[in-house]
Design a protein around this ligand. Structure first.
Ligand code: HEC
Length: 129
């Protein structure tokens, strides 16, 4: 292979990787808009005392190993309000993974979630017992 064809090949691979990452976020964003934004708003800022602002949530950093379970099973109301986050059993594991990638990308530690981690997490949720 000459230099030019190596450069062409590498940039082609780069383009594919870039567009599939973008696609992950596009999918995840759509899932967020359908399943989450009616409470937490499109920008994640939430709604006053009712729905928390999630843009600084620890579920996107130190507690991200509980994020899939939170989304699947929801959360009981906290002490301040009795508002409950409802369970969501409509998302497939792939959809959940795309959603989590979007969340981590927007408001989290920028790490990438992978499907096996999501599956493992969902098998071990406390509520699943
Ligand atoms: C019907 C409204 C509603 C919907 C829909 C909803 N949530 Fe929530 N969410 C809540 C409420 C209320 C809480 C606070 C519950 C608590 O603290 O007990 C919460 C808490 C959270 C938290 C934890 C915030 C923190 O740091 O304590 C995260 C993260 C979150 N939601 C993400 C999501 C995602 C992602 C979706 C979509 C799959 C979603 N929520 C859908 C109402 C909702």
């Amino acid at each position: 292979m000459n230099k030019l064809s190596i450069i062409v090949t590498l940039s082609f691979i780069g383009m594919i990787c870039y567009s599939c990452q973008q696609e992950t976020y596009v999918q995840g964003k759509r899932i967020y808009e359908v399943n989450c934004s009616n409470c937490h708003m499109a920008d994640g800022q939430g709604l006053g005392e009712m729905y928390p602002n999630i843009t600084q949530s620890s579920y996107f950093s130190s507690n991200k190993d509980q994020l899939a379970c939170l989304i699947r099973y929801g959360k009981q109301g906290n002490q301040l309000s009795n508002v409950v986050m409802p369970a969501n059993d409509k998302l497939t594991e792939v959809g959940m993974n795309n959603l989590i990638n979007y969340l981590l990308h927007e408001w989290g530690d920028q790490s990438l979630s992978n499907l096996n981690e999501v599956k493992e997490q969902l098998e071990n949720c406390e509520q699943a017992e």
